[in-house]
Design a protein. Structure first.
Length: 197
């Protein structure tokens, strides 16, 4: 075998290997950057973010809660973003996301997540009927009224402000008797003198 044919075979092998390497890098890089579905579920809301889809085909998304449509089938292109309120529920609810990629089934998704029950804040209990809502306050101590009159220190029957006494009528009566008696004596004395002369 000539030297030139050996050189030609080596260069052909190197070229083939390089081309294969480039193709392998391209194939592994493409899926990593395309078709990115992200979604979260809590007790009251589901949030969906679908990015890097093929806008030249028809892609669809559907969301159900316990088998009932929360988001009926909707079409989208390159991206889809939406937040939806989950109906109130008293037990865990099954939230299902179905994404169908129009370019390949390998990019489609059919996933289910659990929505927990939201914790309820306790409301203050109402007072039962017939029970007083407020505790009775202690009776206030009775204080003497500032307007109450002070007790009198004078003896019963005395007139406090005039200076008069309950004995005044007796004294006046006695004086009248004395005057009348004096007048009677004076009258009798004059009668006796008149009779003698």
């Amino acid at each position: 075998m000539s030297v030139s044919s050996r050189s030609w075979r080596r260069s052909a092998a190197v070229t083939t290997a390089a081309a294969a390497g480039l193709i392998g890098v391209g194939l592994t890089a493409t899926p990593a950057s395309a078709h990115t579905p992200r979604w979260t579920v809590d007790c009251s809301e589901v949030s969906v973010d679908l990015t890097a889809y093929n806008e030249k085909v028809t892609n669809t998304v559907t969301i159900t809660v316990d088998g009932k449509d929360l988001l009926p089938t909707e079409t989208f292109g390159r991206e889809f973003h939406k937040k939806l309120e989950i109906p109130s529920h008293k037990s865990e609810a099954q939230v299902r996301l179905v994404v169908k990629a129009g370019d390949s089934d390998k990019f489609s998704r059919d996933e289910t997540k659990v929505s927990p029950v939201c914790e309820e804040t306790p409301t203050p209990s109402e007072t039962p009927s017939g029970t007083p809502s407020e505790t009775p306050s202690a009776p206030a101590e009775e204080t003497p009224s500032a307007e109450a009159p002070a007790p009198s220190t004078s003896a019963p029957g005395d007139l406090a402000e005039t200076g008069a006494s309950s004995n005044t009528p007796l004294i006046a009566g006695a004086a009248a008797v004395v005057v009348l008696a004096g007048g009677g004596i004076l009258f009798a004395t004059r009668q006796r003198r008149t009779a003698r002369s």
